[in-house]
Write a protein that binds this ligand. Structure first.
Ligand code: DGJ
Length: 728
């Protein structure tokens, strides 16, 4: 095929190793390099992950590293067995009850295709015939390496996988500063930083679904420093592409080395692998920056845009969502008036949220109807097509809400298919939000869930967007379908979800699908392979959103973040913030409104229209620009960020006062970033009649703007300003 260069070589032939019986393997991108070597015995060792260096094969001459305190050194795939006694990435129990696996290098291949250099390293245990293939995809331009592992049972009896991580990396630094996120419903993605002590830190989820409503399967590691820096120092960022239970472990050993292991959480999930069968782990996404955290985020965001997120790089419509404006109480008339208002304000889509379905058990609250996906004609006698077509006639797209993985006990589905419900035999099923989970490990349930999506799409040819919700965790799991093989449940639930999404994408490649799970309960690069965007959080308070959005963007790109302006007092927090602050915060993501527009005063409506109109001027920067964080709401009283176009000709800068300082402190200085120092930019504040910056409307060099001279006056808590920059 044109533009595709396919090259399969054995790197063994490319360079002469320093010692004939040893070899090295390079996995490299434009600016980064992962170096693996074999030792005399044939163990595979991770020697280096960092900026590209010359003569990486020199590592072959250093075998001191192989005598770690436990005699183990940096194993590329640490296993239980052999000389290794640390945390394993792979732990297998064989049919004879033994636990030892020793993997030796048997060869590797490399293939280049359109910007991605794929390296496969083969290893084998000569005693048990267990084979492992480590697969590394190096995304050249994005400086991202995506790794996963294939575990092949080459023996004659089944084996049990007790640990089966995706990828491990080994680091050698003086200090390790770990940045990760924790949270809960409406407080997703809260940043936590800690210097790693000499023990093992584990970040995990055992929630089954909604796996990221607590911790997120991602992190940043700043090396050799106790300070988090946006612009300086070595930073490794990682994100596991898996929407189920996960485990990230950081083992800081007594020699100061750090083993990072990322993969599926094996909790209650020992995986039995039959002879001849292969288990394929999810992907682990890695990046390295020697210019601080900002570059690490930008690498991941670029990779997400070009490869990692479904539909990445496309601009998404602004929208009005019905949830906080109408909840379950609406009629056709309510929706039509909301559509009129959305169109009148210049929005591009209307999304009908929960409450439109189920007849026998009508969905008029969260206690009934899930599972019965037929239009509630008592509420919407004209049907969905009528509303969707009305939206289209007004020039809007139309979206609709579903929660297909769940069932209310009060539904026809629950009565018809009790065997489809996740349930531990002989025990009651706990309810959360009055609902149960459907067992997606069962192919019949997968068909049903696929059918829900497909069926809803038949309600109108004018459905452009689906919000896919998932509002509870799984505890007390049990699958009728899996019988005695309950250990497979957590893994096969997630694989079942992906099977369904694959089928949906085959049939509906262009429908926008939002991944919602009570807000940000399913934010990971596994889900994002199928979903276009996420519902970042049910917490739409502009203040709380600053922390959530900042942290989300450490790893995930701004363009996936549904960010809505809602009413005050905020329905979650009770907080009151100015409408302009709420807009300025929401405009840093995919802008939406989630309120009843008819409750706007004339002045508010005019401001809303102005903010929406100006968003279109720079929206492409939110979707395709590079993010530069100027200050963090966690560390500063002022939060600021900017997006810069790839050619550095345009930028948008957002600034917010998060805490009241005092008069003298209100003109906070920000160093803009990412601009071309040599070009001149006009700077214009948006959505105000009088600017809060003395330089508004004037022209400044990129160098000047990046010198700290940019100091808008943000005198009060929740003062905010958005500036648009254009090169002359
Ligand atoms: C939880 C979601 O996060 C909300 O946005 C809304 O869709 C409700 N579910 C509807 O039940």
């Amino acid at each position: 095929m044109k533009h595709i260069l396919l090259l399969t070589v054995s790197l063994l032939c490319l360079y002469l190793p320093a010692r004939a019986n040893k070899t090295y393997i390079l996995v490299q991108t434009d600016h980064t390099q992962l170096v693996l070597t074999t030792d005399d015995a044939g163990n595979l060792r991770t020697r280096y992950y960092g900026s590209r260096i010359d003569a990486p094969w020199t590592f072959l001459n250093d075998d001191k590293l192989f005598t770690g305190p436990n005699g183990s050194g940096p194993m590329t795939i640490p296993t239980t067995g052999g000389v290794f006694i640390g945390t394993p990435a792979l732990h297998v129990r064989y049919a004879d009850g033994s636990h030892n696996t020793e993997l030796y290098y048997t060869g590797h291949t490399s293939e280049y295709r359109a910007g991605v250099f794929t390296t496969k390293v083969m290893l084998r245990d000569p005693v048990t015939a267990l084979a492992v293939v480590l697969i590394y995809e190096a995304y050249e331009k994005e400086d991202v390496i995506v790794a996963h592992t294939e575990i092949i049972n080459g023996g004659k009896k089944p084996v049990e996988l007790l640990d089966y991580a995706s990828s491990a990396l080994h680091f050698n630094a003086d200090k390790y500063l770990l940045t990760h996120t924790w949270g809960g419903w409406a407080t997703e993605m809260q940043v936590e930083r800690e210097l790693l002590g000499h023990d093992t830190k584990v970040i995990e989820s055992r929630r089954g679904v909604q796996a990221t409503q607590g911790n997120n399967p991602s992190f940043m590691l700043s090396l050799n420093t106790a300070e988090f820096s946006e612009t300086a120092g070595e930073v490794i960022a990682g994100a596991l592409a898996w929407s189920g239970n996960f485990r990230l472990s950081f083992e800081h050993d007594n020699a100061g080395k750090l083993n990072v292991i990322a993969g599926i959480n094996p909790h209650a999930a020992t995986y039995s692998l039959a002879p001849g069968k292969t288990f394929i782990t999810p992907d682990m996404v890695w990046t390295y920056s020697n210019n601080g955290a900002g570059q690490a985020s930008r690498n991941l965001h670029r990779w997400a845009r070009n490869w990692g997120v479904y539909g990445g790089g496309q601009v998404h419509p602004t929208l009005l969502n019905s949830w906080e404006g109408a909840y379950f109480s609406f009629t056709t008339e309510t929706l039509l008036r909301m559509i009129d208002d959305a169109a009148g304000m210049g929005l591009e889509m209307f999304v009908l949220d929960d409450g439109w379905f189920a007849k026998d058990y009508p969905r008029n609250g969260d206690d009934a109807g899930l599972g019965d996906w037929e239009v509630n004609t008592a509420k919407l006698p004209e049907g969905i097509d009528y509303v969707a077509s009305y939206a289209h006639d007004k020039g809007l797209k139309f979206g609709i809400w579903i929660e297909p993985e769940m069932v209310n006990p009060a539904s026809n589905l629950a009565h018809r298919h009790p065997e489809w419900v996740v349930k531990s035999p002989g025990r009651d099923i706990y309810q959360e939000r009055n609902q149960w989970v459907l067992d997606l490990s069962n192919p019949a349930v997968q068909d049903f869930v696929y059918g829900i999506f497909d069926g809803v799409m038949q309600l109108s040819k004018n459905i452009d967007y689906v919000k896919w919700d998932c509002n509870r965790v799984i505890e007390s799991f049990g699958s009728t379908y899996l019988g005695k093989e309950q250990d497979r449940f957590y893994v096969e639930y997630c694989q079942g979800l992906y099977n369904v999404m694959r089928r949906i994408r085959e049939k509906y490649p262009r429908v926008l699908i939002q991944c919602c799970s009570s807000g940000g309960g399913r934010v990971d690069y596994g889900a994002l392979r199928y979903f276009d965007e996420i519902w970042t959080s049910d917490n739409t308070d502009g203040d709380c959103r600053a922390y959530i959005q900042y942290a989300t963007n450490l790893i995930y790109p701004p363009f996936i973040m549904g960010a809505h302006v809602s009413a005050v007092p905020n329905h979650q927090s009770g907080n009151v913030t100015p409408l302009k602050f709420r807009f300025d915060m929401a405009c840093a993501g995919r802008l939406g409104l989630e309120l009843q527009p008819k409750h706007f005063s004339e002045h508010e409506r005019a401001l809303a229209e102005r903010c929406i109109a100006s968003y279109y001027q720079y929206r492409d920067l939110v979707f395709t620009g590079d993010l530069y964080r100027l200050s963090s709401p966690y560390d500063s009283d002022y939060y600021a960020l900017m997006y810069v176009s790839q050619d550095k000709s345009r930028a948008v800068v957002y600034t917010y006062c998060m805490r009241y300082q005092h008069r003298a402190g209100s003109q906070h200085s920000f160093r803009l970033d990412g601009l071309d120092p040599k070009r001149n930019y006009t700077v214009k504040e948006l959505n105000v009649n009088r600017s809060c910056w003395w330089g508004d409307g004037d022209v400044f060099s990129g160098e000047f703007l990046q010198s700290g001279a940019f100091n808008p006056d943000l005198p009060q808590k929740y003062s905010s300003a958005v500036f648009y920059l254009e090169a002359q």
